[in-house]
Ligand binder design. Structure first.
Ligand code: AOF
Ligand code: ZN
Length: 336
């Protein structure tokens, strides 16, 4: 198979993984693609949440369903069941299948069984890999496959694979912190709901995964937010109100969410106790967290008018890590 087909497959795998960026916390975001021997894409899989099937397992499940016509495990989300079923029923159909994966297939049994062992047992002959697994417990899947006679090709879109993995590497040792805001095309960030329903659901899914939200005191006073994850039935993270003045009206909804801690503090030291932190706010919160943020996430709504305030005097050049176009545009960025 030519490199163009491998790059095409890896691009699909990377895009699939970005769909669940941060949502897999504390696991990495991972994507996988199965290809037929002429380079046609057969299936795309992505890891969706920690404890759930790995990306390879979803891709293999869907490839099996398509190639065999057997729909028994078509909608199955139980990784043990998928592994067991594929092992006993594959009937050699994977011998002409190659895979592209954004992360080296895992060698270990964690919450789910080993992907590398499954790939080996299905008789897959070639695996394109973007980056090695930095987690020592799960690494080594490629040598396991090579020892069994499969070809592992490393370094396909390696730079892109490394960017995808940055949060995973960061939250192993210190908090991964991102600043999130929503704006209209004219740059305004105030006055009512800006983002679409699907963007707000995505943002609530992120809140559900975060263990801390940081927000500026003025935003709390003006917007009186709840800062929970109600749109996805998720859990509400703890809240740090970053403010020089300790006094807040306790009837603001965020104070009455059960099982959550709320801190009012004039420093960001508290972040060190957490692993995945979202900062929300406007100009002053952006400035206060300049040296703390790893990434930035902007939801851009295709609207003009309706607001007055923008990000003000901030000057920043960002690198776009990933952009997703839906009814809004999602921009994952980091400072250049
Ligand atoms: C893969 N494919 O899609 C992911 C991998 O507890 P577990 O079983 O979910 O294993 C988690 C570890 O596996 C995680 O720390 C990382 O090293 C690797 N993640 N590996 O082959 C995937 N998400
Ligand atoms: Zn795995």
């Amino acid at each position: 198979m030519n490199t163009t087909a491998a790059i095409h497959a890896m691009t699909l795998a990377l895009n699939a993984a970005w769909e669940y960026q941060l949502l897999t916390f504390p696991n990495p975001a991972v994507g996988a693609v199965c290809l037929s021997d002429n380079g046609t894409v057969v299936s795309v899989g992505t890891h969706k949440r920690a404890g759930g099937p790995h990306a390879e397992v979803y891709a293999l499940r869907d490839a099996y369903t398509l190639l065999s016509g057997d729909t028994t495990i078509a909608g199955c989300d139980d990784s043990h069941r998928i592994h067991d079923y594929l092992r006993t029923r594959h009937n050699g159909i994977f011998h002409t299948v190659s895979m592209a994966v954004t992360l080296e297939p895992c060698s270990h049994s964690g919450k789910t069984p080993s992907c590398a062992l499954l790939i080996r047992d299905l008789g897959i002959k070639r695996v394109y890999i973007s980056v090695k697994d930095p987690n020592p417990a799960a690494a080594g899947g490629a040598s396991l496959l090579s020892d069994a006679g499969a070809e592992c090709v490393f370094g396909i879109m390696e730079e892109e694979g490394e960017k995808l993995l940055e949060p995973f590497i960061r939250w192993q040792k210190s908090p991964f912190v991102f600043f999130k805001w929503a704006q209209r095309l004219d740059g305004t960030i105030d006055n009512g709901t800006i983002s679409s329903q699907s963007s707000r659901e995505h943002m609530h899914a992120l809140r559900d995964r975060c263990d801390l939200i940081v927000i500026g005191g003025n935003t709390v006073r003006h917007d009186r937010p709840t800062l929970d994850a109600r749109l996805v039935d998720g859990k509400a993270p703890d809240v740090l109100i970053y403010s020089q003045m300790g006094e807040f009206d306790q009837s603001i909804p965020l104070f009455s969410v059960p099982d959550r801690k709320v801190y009012v503090e004039s420093s960001l030291e508290r972040l060190k106790e957490y692993s995945l932190v979202m900062i929300e706010g406007g100009t002053s919160m952006f400035q206060a967290s300049q040296n703390t943020c790893d990434w930035y996430l902007c939801y851009l709504a295709p609207k003009l008018g309706g607001g007055l305030q923008n990000m003000g005097p901030i000057q920043e050049d960002f690198e776009v890590l990933h952009a997703k176009i839906t009814d809004n545009i999602l921009l994952w960025m980091k400072k250049k």
